[in-house]
Design a protein around this ligand. Structure first.
Ligand SMILES: NC(=O)c1ccc[n+]([C@@H]2O[C@H](COP(=O)([O-])OP(=O)(O)OC[C@H]3O[C@@H](n4cnc5c(N)ncnc54)[C@H](O)[C@@H]3O)[C@@H](O)[C@H]2O)c1
Ligand SMILES: O=C(O)C1=N[C@H](C(=O)O)CCC1
Length: 233
């Protein structure tokens, strides 16, 4: 498979290592100012920055190249990307987190929220910790976790960052040098607490999941999620 990497930073480089080990070719490594012909690739993997993600994805869909998007912080344009993919009969997957472990964690989170829905004595709190270069807060993964709670728990209809509001899932975002990604969901009562945590030791899980998604999407048409790729949920 000939892969275009759109964004050649920490994740682009981690994906390159995994893709080469799995027998793929990297035909485009695009970073700031790179000129390239996207149709040289069978599939594109975008891990860039929030302000350019939608434009990179649009370029792929407008040229018939399936696209896997891992960039976070551009959710306001997600519905436009879905509409463009459907209009062009393209193929597109966006995920806030491509690791198998986090996708299992997403399902556990939804189930726990259902169980907690009528137990008012338990107060929920989300925490995410990432490295200090991260541009967006809260993390995309924390937003996905919050949305999983909002859809499955009767007390919430929104999330809020670093504060407290009625009907809002509170998210705390911390930035600590070199942390690849740690997410905690905690329900606390006066008597006890239940805590679920996912901690990434490194970026390998994110990169492997993105390459597996790229292998899976070839030959397909539509907008998919990691649940489709991993056959979970
Ligand atoms: N979905 C996931 O599993 C997952 C995992 C890790 C990171 N991420 C997200 O992926 C993104 C990238 O993360 P990172 O750690 O590699 O960041 P990074 O800062 O190391 O890399 C981003 C790269 O994009 C480049 N870039 C800027 N403008 C560009 C343009 N117009 N075209 C192409 N490249 C451009 C930057 O120069 C940089 O090299 C972030 O949004 C992050 O939140 C998602
Ligand atoms: O390093 C990052 O940036 C990460 N971003 C994703 C997010 O925002 O959830 C996934 C974890 C790593």
């Amino acid at each position: 498979m000939n892969i275009a990497l759109l964004g050649y930073g920490k994740m682009g480089k981690a994906i390159e290592q995994i893709a080469l080990k799995r027998g793929h070719n990297i035909v485009i490594k695009a970073d700031v100012g790179t000129t390239y012909n996207i149709t040289d690739a069978d599939v594109a993997i975008d891990f860039s920055i929030p302000s350019v993600a939608f434009s990179n994805i649009s370029k792929c869909l407008n040229n018939g190249v399936p696209v896997i998007s891992g960039t976070t912080g551009w959710l306001e344009d997600y519905d436009n990307a879905v509409a463009l993919c459907n209009e062009k009969k393209g193929a597109f997957i966006s995920a806030s987190n491509f690791s198998l472990g986090v996708n299992i964690f997403f399902e556990l989170n939804k189930n726990l929220a259902k169980m907690m829905s009528n137990l008012a004595q338990y107060k929920v709190r989300l925490e995410e910790i990432h490295h200090t270069q991260k541009l967006d807060a809260p993390s995309g993964t924390a937003i996905t976790l919050a949305n999983g709670i909002i859809k499955n728990h009767s007390s919430f209809d929104k999330w809020v960052l670093d504060s407290k509001e009625d009907n809002a899932v509170p998210i705390v975002a911390k930035r600590i040098e070199n942390v690849p990604g740690t997410h905690t969901v905690k329900y606390e009562s006066d008597i006890d607490f239940i805590e679920m945590k996912h901690h990434a030791h490194n970026r390998e899980g994110f990169a492997l999941g993105a390459v597996i998604a790229a292998e899976w999407i070839i030959g397909k048409t539509g907008v998919f999620t990691m649940n489709d790729v991993l056959n979970i949920g």
